[in-house]
Design a protein around this ligand. Structure first.
Ligand SMILES: [Zn+2]
Length: 652
């Protein structure tokens, strides 16, 4: 196989690799299979495929049944699709007709067979016939085995969840795993809120009620959004075969008859949430949420018109008034996507407006509770849910750091920043052109809520020192304060006052050009304070990180110089500061003072002689400096000792 030939040749793979094509055909013949192109092209068993373009090639195979059971056909009809870039990617094999008793390892929607647990198991020298000879008997044995013994489960690549049995539309419904109604409740009402419609409709289930509108479960996330009330139904008897989307809708609405949950009494009659039987890891039985939306015609006005009711509804009291009735909330809530809203038929097309209008789309329910959203963390972050971290200065370092703490499971974040977002800082900030001129702390808070809506967020929109004096009390009461201000006055103020309250403080600072940085954790294990650090630096007993000599930059209209530096350099500091913060939060009584884990002062060097080098961290304990006048600390208020120390450091 020759990679450069594959890149330069526009020919289909069976011409680019004729020896591979010959090997495939010979192996199929030896295995006793017959084949033809799908759709039919060349005569069966013809010398080369009839299609002559580099596109996926599908063969319809008659493959000798390797393990027939009574009633099985002697040969299985398979559709094998070679990738356009065969043999670099494995062929996909489908069994279009269901096989009795085969409940697993065949996707009931498209018939796809799980011949390989992962594409990584594919070896490009393997022929399709080899793949089938080796894997198909194993698949049939495991897929027809109803057992849950260890040997069977060891063959399982994953659970066969209900959403794999449905043709899914883009988008989703966010539901907390904790939203699990008692088994005896057959359905009722659910409040949904819009999360996004940018790429595809995403909504969240925020309240679940029984038919009498008694609240069964309520979310504490996703506040400040207008909710729409829809119906929900439990479908306990859903068969494990492929679920037709229209059939799902019919079963759901049937189930709702007699519950008192008529569609005319809800905000969005063309949406129903269903709870269906599913399977979790280890074949564990569970239930899963799906959102069904019934297609509606695009209306003339801003609101969508509801399609005529289905025939089943005609004799019920719950039918809508027919075409022209206004759906009050569908589009606004993004329960629907553009694909759900077919254009009215044109004069030229044979479109059937009623059939299109009644099309039902299914969106998967994605677990999105507090624990669900931290499921990929290596350890349970439960201890962080009750902690409060304040981040002062949410720019290049503090902004990403705050986001990482939210992702790590910190329960409460307080963001303080008096700046408005300038898109010119886009090379190193999380905020985007959408946030131009918006308060950084507020824009970042919304960005964080998009990642973890369970974080309790508060913001201070005035700079430290420009507030009414109440900010400090909140900071002192935090479990940890992060200083990302790059402002010497603010850092000195925080270090002095949090020393009195005993509040841990992590100071993250970068140097000009992103050439280096310093992370200081207080209280220090060595007993020294922030002023001590300035004395130690003056003595060179704590190293200075390198700084780009011409790295300062004075933005237009701003008297304070900033510095150049991209996120690719500053990120190392933000991420190590995040790890330091998490270590401080995780520290138990045996770890006091918490700075010991990474060292009191961490100094980063990532440029030498003006060239980028591997990041190198050095750590130094922060001892009391004999010249520092602040020891022991005063009991009530900190000394304003700035002019007694050797002065401001050069960290930006
Ligand atoms: Zn000191």
């Amino acid at each position: 196989m020759n990679a450069s030939a594959a890149v330069s040749a526009p020919a289909p793979w069976w011409r680019a690799y004729p020896e591979i094509w010959r090997a495939e055909i010979e192996a199929l013949t030896v295995a006793g299979a017959s084949w033809g192109e799908e759709p039919p092209g060349a005569p069966d068993g013809g010398p080369t495929p009839a299609v002559d373009a580099p596109e996926p090639l599908t063969l319809r195979l008659r493959w000798p049944h390797p393990a027939p059971q009574p009633g099985d056909p002697a040969a299985l009809t398979l559709l094998a699709t070679f990738a356009a870039h065969h043999p670099w990617f494995p062929p996909r094999v489908r069994l279009p007709e269901p096989l009795a008793g085969l409940r697993r390892h065949r996707n009931p929607v498209d018939g796809g067979l799980c011949l390989l647990a992962s594409d990584d198991d594919w070896r490009p020298g393997t022929t399709l016939a080899q793949l089938l000879s080796e894997q198909l008997p194993r698949l049939l044995a495991a897929g027809r085995d109803p057992g849950t013994d260890a040997a069977t489960l060891a063959l399982e690549a994953g659970a066969e969840a209900a959403w794999t049995r449905v043709r899914l539309a883009w988008g989703g419904l966010l539901v907390d795993s904790a939203c699990a109604p008692p088994a005896e409740v057959p359905g009722g009402w659910a409040d949904l809120v819009r999360i996004s419609g940018t790429v595809a409709p995403v909504s969240a289930l925020v309240t679940l009620l029984d038919p009498e509108h008694r609240v069964l479960w309520e979310s504490r996330a996703f506040g400040l959004r207008q909710a729409a009330r829809v119906r929900w139904a439990r479908l306990p008897g859903l068969p494990p075969e492929a679920a037709d989307t229209g059939e799902l809708w019919r079963r759901a609405t049937e189930r709702l008859v007699g519950l008192g949950a008529e569609q005319t009494r809800c905000d969005e009659p063309n949406a129903v949430v269903v709870l269906v039987p599913s399977e979790g890891a280890g074949r564990r039985s569970c239930e899963e949420w799906l959102l069904l939306t019934r297609g509606v015609l695009r209306g003339e006005g801003p609101k969508a018109a509801v399609a005529p009711a289905e025939p089943e509804d005609l004799d019920g009291s719950d039918q809508p008034d027919g075409p022209g009735q206004q759906a009050p909330a569908g589009e606004q809530l993004a329960l629907f996507g553009d694909a759900d809203l077919p254009q009215p038929p044109t004069d030229t097309g044979p479109a059937d407006p009623v059939a299109d209008a009644l099309r039902v789309r299914v969106r998967r329910g994605y677990p999105a509770g507090r624990d669900d959203l931290t499921a990929r963390l290596p350890g349970a972050p439960g201890h962080l849910a009750g902690t409060t971290v304040s981040v002062v200065g949410v720019g290049a370092l503090g902004g990403p750091l705050a986001l990482e703490l939210a992702r790590a499971g910190v329960g409460r974040l307080h963001l303080v920043d008096g700046d408005l977002h300038d898109p010119a800082t886009g090379a190193r900030q999380l905020l985007t052109i959408r946030d131009a001129g918006s308060p950084k702390a507020l824009a970042l808070a919304l960005r964080i809520l998009d990642t973890n809506p369970h974080v309790q967020l508060t913001v201070g929109l005035r700079p430290l020192g420009g507030d009414d004096g109440t900010e400090l009390a909140g900071l002192a009461a935090s479990d940890l304060v992060i200083d990302g201000t790059a402002n010497q006055a603010a850092t000195r103020f925080l270090a002095a006052h949090l020393r009195v309250s005993g509040t841990p403080l992590v100071i993250a600072a970068a140097t000009a050009g992103g050439w280096g940085g310093t992370i200081t954790t207080l209280p220090s294990s060595g007993g020294g304070c922030w002023e001590c650090l300035q004395w130690h630096r003056a003595d060179r007993t704590v190293p200075w990180p390198p700084a780009r000599p011409d790295g300062a930059l004075t933005p237009v209209g701003c008297s304070h110089p900033t510095y150049v530096g991209g996120w690719f350099d500053l990120g190392a500091i933000a991420l190590q500061a995040t790890r330091t913060a998490l270590a401080v939060l995780a520290a138990g009584p045996a770890d006091t003072p918490p700075a010991a884990r990474f060292g009191d002062v961490q100094v980063l060097t990532q440029y030498r002689r003006g060239r980028p080098v591997h990041p190198r961290w050095q750590t130094r304990p922060l001892a009391v400096h004999p010249a520092c006048p602040l020891h022991p600390p005063p009991a009530d208020r900190p000394a304003a000792a700035g002019h007694a120390s050797p002065g401001a450091g050069a960290d930006a």
